[in-house]
Design a protein around this ligand. Structure first.
Ligand SMILES: Nc1ncnc2c1ncn2[C@@H]1O[C@H](COP(=O)(O)OP(=O)(O)OP(=O)(O)O)[C@@H](O)[C@H]1O
Ligand SMILES: [Mg+2]
Length: 436
């Protein structure tokens, strides 16, 4: 837990609602302290708390103990397009966890598919043998709907259209939400970003309310005479581009590769093998750019902080932070654990031990989620294809000056889903509660 954390008035309001047992929808733009709030409440709310997120990366961002939704609910990845929740098996471990939990916290709720949310709700009712919403579990749903939407394959479009009324479904389409009232808390204080001007640009990109001025300001950051610093992180929507860049840069360095092999115990399952916080085979060389993949218990680094490898040891790596070049930190093995409520307090269902680093030359937009980055090169010469992708990439930075674009932005690059806009209008019209 961050010792320097002090709740804002808005965060306090959310906390008070939770203490009264009311489910909360906590929304706010990137960098307003949503995940930090979760990191805080996990240790302070009375009662047993399960923290989940739709992807492994997002769950690791909220600290050790958090698990993926798939892991807590033991849901296999979708096979034939959707979750057949009428015939779904409630596993014993999930049943025990759901029976014993007081709060269920979900980060990055914008990425949760409505069919998955409906399935979770039905499993919770079955486990608790109660007919009310989630069998009476108090929910904290956290996210920013301008960021990444759920991943839906093209061939699943028709299913969602018939079952949920749209080919581009969102969490708020879930059937179990109909008739429910949630307390709404909007976080508005910026923490990650440092200037009001940059904040304004990001907000407008997020909401899709761009004008020529915004595009011009961003385009002043197109790489030209002012080259990006060598250590800037390349952010791309394409996984193969990110992997290629990391591999090429590592190969170009002199010296030998040192391999650190991560160790899993129990069921530390990732949705796909690539979804671990740090790679299972972490290859590094002295001189390599890295980023951190966890938050330090002190304040030395956060998830996303950049640095350079100075020396490689058997079980640790000496790293110089980009922001404090006079300081060298020894980074040892970190343990991520999966904790779920059990009949006695919590049960650890699995652990993963690895050096909390990954190569810091390039990362996909998905993997940058939740992170705060020192300087980034947004690789927008190839199209950003999904709504929210460009906004997520840009909002990892603290300042406009730390962003570099590989091509001029066009207004058509800013894609916003009209259904998200509608939902936000509904949120804005409801000061403290929303009925869905
Ligand atoms: N109340 C607070 N006091 C001090 N620092 C804070 C507070 N809340 C958040 N921060 C800091 O601000 C930064 C961004 O916070 P956080 O990651 O929680 O944002 P977020 O809203 O989850 O963003 P994203 O939507 O990108 O995931 C972090 O470095 C965090 O430590
Ligand atoms: Mg977050």
């Amino acid at each position: 837990m961050n010792k320097h954390f002090k709740m804002t008035e808005e965060q306090e309001r959310a906390y008070a609602e939770l203490l009264m047992g009311r489910s909360v929808l906590l929304v706010g733009a990137a960098g307003t302290g949503k995940s930090e709030f979760i990191r805080h409440v996990r240790f302070t709310l009375p009662g047993r708390i399960a923290v989940v997120a739709p992807t492994g990366m997002a769950s690791m961002n909220v600290g050790t103990g958090a698990v993926t939704i798939h892991s807590l609910f033991q849901v296999p990845p979708v096979k034939d397009g959707y979750f057949d929740f009428d015939h779904f098996t409630l596993r014993k471990r999930t049943e025990r966890a759901l029976k014993n939990v007081d709060y269920l916290v979900i980060d990055e709720i914008s990425m949760v598919r409505p069919d998955l949310f409906d399935l979770m709700e039905s499993l919770a009712r079955r486990a608790r043998k109660r007919d009310d919403f989630f069998g009476g579990i108090c929910l904290l749903l956290v996210g920013d709907f301008h960021q990444l939407p759920p991943i839906v394959r093209r061939e699943e479009g028709e299913f969602f259209l018939t079952r949920y009324g749209s080919e581009n479904p969102h969490f708020f389409d879930a059937k179990c939400l109909r008739g429910q009232t949630l307390s709404v808390v909007q976080l508005t204080k910026m923490f990650r970003q440092q200037s009001v001007e940059f904040w304004d640009i990001l907000t407008k990109i997020g909401e899709g309310k761009i004008d020529r001025g915004i595009i011009e300001k961003l385009n002043s950051r197109v790489i030209g005479s002012d080259p990006p610093p060598k250590e800037a992180l390349v952010v791309t929507p394409y996984r193969e581009s990110a992997e290629r860049k990391n591999r090429e840069e590592l190969e170009a360095l002199p010296g030998a590769i040192h391999c650190y092999v991560g160790k899993k115990t129990g069921t530390f399952e990732a949705i796909n093998g690539d979804d671990l916080p740090s790679p299972e085979v972490l290859e590094l060389k002295e001189g390599a750019s890295i980023i951190f993949t966890c938050n330090a218990t002190g304040n030395e680094w956060v998830n996303g902080t950049g640095g350079k490898v100075i020396r490689l040891h058997k079980d640790s790596v000496d790293v110089m932070l980009r922001s404090q070049q006079n300081r060298i930190l020894s980074v040892g093995v970190h343990e991520w654990s999966h904790l779920i409520p059990d009949s006695k307090e919590y049960a650890t269902t699995g652990t993963y031990r690895q050096i909390p680093l990954r190569l810091g030359y390039a990362l996909t937009v998905h993997k940058t989620q939740g992170k705060t980055c020192d300087s980034i090169v947004v690789q927008n010469d190839r199209r950003f294809f999904a709504c929210g992708q460009l906004y997520v990439a840009l909002s990892r930075a603290r300042t406009l000056e730390s962003i570099y674009l590989t091509a001029p932005l066009r207004p058509s690059d800013v894609k916003v889903d009209s259904r998200v806009v509608e939902f936000h209008e509904k949120l804005a019209g409801s000061s403290s509660k929303i009925s869905l």
